[in-house]
Design a protein around this ligand. Sequence first.
Ligand code: PLP
Length: 480
Amino acid sequence: MEKDLILKSGDIVGKSYAELGYQSLRSLGNEIKELIDQRKIPKEPWQNVTIKIFLAQIAAMDSNNYKNNCGVGEREGRIYSEFVRERNFDLAHGIGRSGDVNAIQPKAIGSSLVVQLTKFLTLHAFKIMGLNCIKDALVLPLATGMSLSLTLLTLKDQYPEREYVIFSRIDQKTCLKAIKTANLTPIVVDPIEDGDELITDVEQIEKILDERSSEILCVYCTTSCFAPRGYDKIIEVAQLCKKYETPHFINNAYGLQCGRVSNDINLAVKKGRVDVLISSTDKNFMVPVGGSIIYGPKKKDIVEKVNKNYPGRASGSAVIDLFLTLLQMGEDNLRALLKERKENFKYLFENIQTVLEKYGERVLISKNNKISMACTLKNLPDGYDPTFFGSYMFSRRVSGLRVLKAGPEKEVGGVKFKNYGSHSDNYSHLPFFTVAAAIGGTQKEIDVFLKRLDEALAKIHSKPDHVEPEESKEDCKEPN
Ligand SMILES: *Cc1c(COP(=O)(O)O)cnc(C)c1O
């Protein structure tokens, strides 16, 4: 409300009280002004009331909420259900225009403002997370896999004669399916065993580039993965990509939360070639599944091409979720969450070791993975199926734990793999299980998990029969 109007209300409620009310509204307005001016995540979280007022102002700027607006087009942002209206804060136009998903939509100036602000806040979040080389970003309402495909297709558009993707093997089905959906052919490079860890076979990648770089669309690296695979050696790969003039594509699904990964990305950009990166919004920023960020170290490059290639408009949900989350989190809390995650990893590592030792197991050391850790299951009683341990833990309300054992050959995305899930045909330390310390997890959860792990292993060792699936506990296995 305008100052005059508020002070006028002093005639009704008393001048000095109206002045107080005005001060409060003004400081709230200043926060909004600062956001638009600075284009940064506020240092301290915004209060609910600030967010509500801002959202209402934004919605009022969109044509579907103009008073007495008369819509005569086929896309007028009409919402039938009140629940749906509420869930979308009266925003109905989504993002972009059919020609460019990042374009300003004149009918929806409020929504367009949110899209642009979210991009700036995301770039600021990257800096807070240690990534300081990123110049352009796009938040899309596509989960990571679809964004991987879309970006590969956009690269392919630039290099239509190139068919192959050098794929540093990671056993995450989406990764291969994304290549397949883009109608490309992966050349799988298995990681090599180094101590307990599986690391990028840089030599093999160079060999392929040396022989046939003109056919290679990109080298596809992944910087967040289940242990014992380390995140890829992207600095070395970036140098190769520069030398062989081949695009470097990085799947950084949940790597934003790890400062070391960010640091390596900075160095890879500085010393070599990195074209584009993709991260999940849910895995890094604690929002529901459904969004991802495509970003890169250059303006007017691949991210801009993805904007233009994207067919049609897009849902605004992923953008709004990220926008509101960053406002409610604030810079201070984001930093605190990152710090807590790092400490939790250390805490989990030290304390899980103590539990495992009692049963003759240990953590498999994977120096280049600071999110996920793998632990041996080599001492289970004879004949005991390690996957029963996984379903037992899931039925005891432990989610996220994954058990890997030697398995039959499996076809994923048209490629045959041995021991799929372990990132390697013949890793030495099967079976094992993995757990992770991810953003938002708490030390309390780790304590409860360790207690349940201890109880489960004790029971398996004393009465293995009691820990076998009764009816169809296989169904209890956590889906991947
Ligand atoms: C989660 C994940 C994906 C798939 O992400 P979606 O958001 O489910 O599409 C791809 N690659 C890696 C490494 C992941 O962790």
